[in-house]
Design a protein around this ligand. Structure first.
Ligand SMILES: Nc1ncnc2c1ncn2[C@@H]1O[C@H](COP(=O)(O)OP(=O)(O)OP(=O)(O)O)[C@@H](O)[C@H]1O
Ligand SMILES: [Mg+2]
Length: 346
C-alpha cells in the first residue's frame, strides 16, 4: 500500500537544508534551554514509561523556530516509538484523519503541526479519538446511512501552534500538558551555537559565538542559520576561521543589526515610527504600508519586537517604544500635546 501522503517523514522545513537535520538535538538531555518545559516533559515521559502507558497528549506553542517540532521528535525518541507527522491544513477531511489514526501503532505519536488550522469537522472527530481512542463516522447517505465506531490503539497527539489564541477551548482541554516555549537567553543560544559549530566542524571563536548569540533574536533556528551564513563568509573571505570581526562583517552584509533585527523588522518599526508618529496604529494598516502579510508580521516579527521592548500592543493598536526610535536613530517624540506634526496629521 502507498504510504499516506499526510504521514510525512520528519523533514526539515524548506529553508533548512538536509544539514539542519543533523543539528536537531535528538534526546531531551541534549536539548538546551526551556528548562521548565523540559522538566515537565521529563516527568511525563518517566511516568508514562513506568506505567507502560502512552504519553499524555502534549501541546507546544510559541514563535517559529524555538523547537516545537524538535521536541515532538524527541518525545518519540524518549518513548521509543515512531513519530508520524502531519499538519492542520494537510488533514483535509474526516476520512483523512480516520486513515491516519487507524494506521497508528500502539503508543505511537501523531505530531500535528499548525494544529490551529484543523478543519472544524476534523477537529471534532479528534476529540473522542484523543479521549477514548474511538473514531465515529457515518457511511452512506440518507436512509442507507450507517454510523460506525472504530476502536483505535492508544496513541498520543503532540500538537504545535504559533497561535495558541486561535485554538478552540474544547481542543485545548484535550491536552494533558500545554507547554509554552519562550525565547532563548543569549547564554543558551551560545551553548546551542557551540554545539552546532562542533557538528558542522567550523572553528568559531568565543567572541564570535557571543556576537551571534546576541543577534539571533532568541531563536535557535536563526542562530543556526546565521552560523551557516557566517561560515560561508569565513570560508570565502577569511580562511575558514570565524573571529568576532569576521562574524560582525558577515552579519553586516546580511543586514542583521546589533539587536539581531533583520530588514523586515526594521521596516516595521520604521513604518510605525515615521509613518504613524510611533502609533498606535492597526496591524492591518502597518501590513498594507509594508506590503507584507499581517499574519507574518504577527507570528514571525512581532513577538520578538515586543520581547525586545521595541514595540507594544495596546487596545488601540501597535505602538513603537522610545527604544525603537533610538534604535533607528530617530528623535524620540515629545509627549502628547507637544508632539511635532507627523506625516499623517492635518
Ligand atoms: N533547544 C534547542 N537546542 C538546539 N537546537 C535547537 C533547539 N531548539 C531548536 N533547535 C534548532 O532549531 C531548529 C528549529 O527548531 P524547530 O523546527 O523544532 O522549531 P519549531 O518551533 O517547530 O518552528 P516552526 O514553528 O517554524 O515549525 C531545529 O532544526 C534545531 O536545529
Ligand atoms: Mg515546526
Amino acid at each position: 500500500m502507498d504510504p499516506d501522503p499526510t504521514l510525512l517523514d520528519p523533514a526539515p522545513a524548506e529553508d533548512e537544508p538536509e544539514l539542519d537535520r543533523t543539528l536537531r538535538p535528538r534526546r531531551l538531555a541534549e536539548f538546551i534551554g526551556q528548562a521548565a518545559a523540559k522538566e515537565q516533559l521529563q516527568i511525563l515521559v518517566g511516568a508514562a514509561r513506568r506505567r507502560g502507558e502512552p504519553l499524555e497528549h502534549c501541546m507546544f506553542s510559541g514563535p517559529p523556530g524555538l523547537g516545537k517540532t524538535t521536541l515532538a521528535a524527541i518525545l518519540a525518541a524518549e518513548m521509543g516509538v515512531a513519530l508520524r507527522i502531519s499538519s492542520g491544513p494537510a488533514i483535509e477531511h474526516q476520512g483523512a484523519l480516520a486513515s491516519i489514526l487507524t494506521n497508528l501503532g500502539a503508543h505511537q505519536i501523531l505530531f500535528i503541526d499548525e494544529i490551529h488550522r484543523l478543519q472544524r469537522t476534523v477537529e471534532e472527530s479528534l476529540y473522542p479519538a484523543m479521549e477514548d481512542f474511538t473514531f465515529d463516522f457515518v457511511t452512506g447517505k440518507g436512509a442507507g446511512a450507517q454510523a460506525l465506531r472504530l476502536q483505535l490503539k492508544p496513541f498520543t497527539v503532540v500538537g504545535a501552534t504559533t497561535r495558541l489564541g486561535l485554538l478552540s477551548g474544547p481542543l485545548r482541554e484535550r491536552f494533558g500538558a500545554a507547554l509554552r516555549l519562550e525565547f532563548y537567553a543569549p547564554d543558551e543560544l551560545a551553548t546551542i551555537l557551540e554545539r552546532s559549530a562542533r557538528l558542522l566542524e567550523v572553528e568559531v571563536e568565543p567572541d564570535a559565538i557571543a556576537c551571534l548569540a546576541e543577534r539571533s533574536r532568541g531563536t535557535p533556528r536563526i542562530a543556526n542559520r546565521l552560523l551557516r551564513r557566517v561560515r560561508d563568509f569565513a570560508d570565502v573571505r577569511a580562511g575558514g576561521r570565524v573571529t568576532a570581526a569576521v562574524a560582525t562583517q558577515a552579519l553586516t552584509l546580511l543586514r542583521v543589526d546589533a539587536l539581531g533585527l533583520d530588514a523586515v523588522d526594521r521596516r516595521i518599526l520604521r513604518t510605525i515610527c515615521e509613518g504613524f508618529g510611533g502609533g498606535p496604529v492597526g496591524l492591518d494598516t502597518v501590513a498594507v504600508s509594508l506590503a507584507e502579510e499581517a499574519q507574518t508580521i504577527e507570528d514571525v516579527h512581532e513577538p520578538f519586537l515586543i520581547q525586545a521592548g521595541l514595540m507594544a500592543r495596546t487596545p488601540r493598536g501597535r505602538v513603537a517604544t522610545p527604544r525603537a526610535f533610538r534604535h533607528l536613530g530617530l528623535a524620540v517624540p515629545t509627549p502628547e500635546g507637544e508632539r511635532p506634526p507627523t506625516l499623517f496629521e492635518p
